[in-house]
Design a protein around this ligand. Sequence first.
Ligand SMILES: CC(C)(COP(=O)(O)OP(=O)(O)OC[C@H]1O[C@@H](n2cnc3c(N)ncnc32)[C@H](O)[C@@H]1OP(=O)(O)O)[C@@H](O)C(=O)NCCC(=O)NCCS
Length: 208
Amino acid sequence: MASTQSPPFPPEFAITTPRLRIHPFDPDNLSHCEFLVQLWNTDDFINSCGRTGIDTSEKAAAFIRRRVLADYARNHHGQFLVSLVETTPAPKLIGCVSLMKGAPPGPLYLAPDIGYTILPEESGKGYATEAAKGLLEYASGELGIHGAFGFCAATDMRSRRVLEKLGMDYRGVAALSVFGGKESAVYTLPGMEKDLAVYNLTEQLHDK
Ligand SMILES: CC(C)(COP(=O)(O)OP(=O)(O)OC[C@H]1O[C@@H](n2cnc3c(N)ncnc32)[C@H](O)[C@@H]1OP(=O)(O)O)[C@@H](O)C(=O)NCCC(=O)NCCS
């Protein structure tokens, strides 16, 4: 099926880091759709993030068209694929990295948040940190986005470690409206305002 929206990226667009290639999703690329199904249905992902319901390549294609391309068009950022640069014959897909901002009329903070998922067999090699750093540097250098949140379950020490390795500051735990009131650890990039209400994050922070 043809895409109704084209991503606002030139063909072959990619952000590169020493070991990784960070590139947009294409709903017409079956390998992208199949990979999303694989990534979001590992036990590791389901235990950390829950079930997405995206369990076929058709559902993945529809999700990419409806949500991912809409984010690209609205923000020029969103969810990206992560591949290993030095695998042959083609770069191997190993995960996703995202810089997401909610869409009106839903709850919306004025700074995006960084997210990441890496296949279990590729975890523990520093790839989530490297991909997130690459995307944040691109956002700062090319999009003028200098502030970003990091959110994860307060008990998820692995994700928290990634946010710490990115140099983000821990601000406390809050029941975030963007996650339906679920308690999350809140991190911010250095240099962001002390009062997070500036970014429309007005939920009470505790456990500092
Ligand atoms: C969380 C996730 C993205 C991490 O990816 P990764 O490529 O392994 O991350 P990195 O290697 O860059 O860093 C992981 C860090 O966590 C540390 N770590 C791993 N398990 C840990 C634990 N139980 N407690 C504390 N730290 C832990 C690692 O040692 C490493 O830190 P180090 O470099 O100081 O040794 C990956 O495991 C994943 O996709 N999990 C499932 C989805 C998910 O949880 N996404 C995040 C939702 S907010």
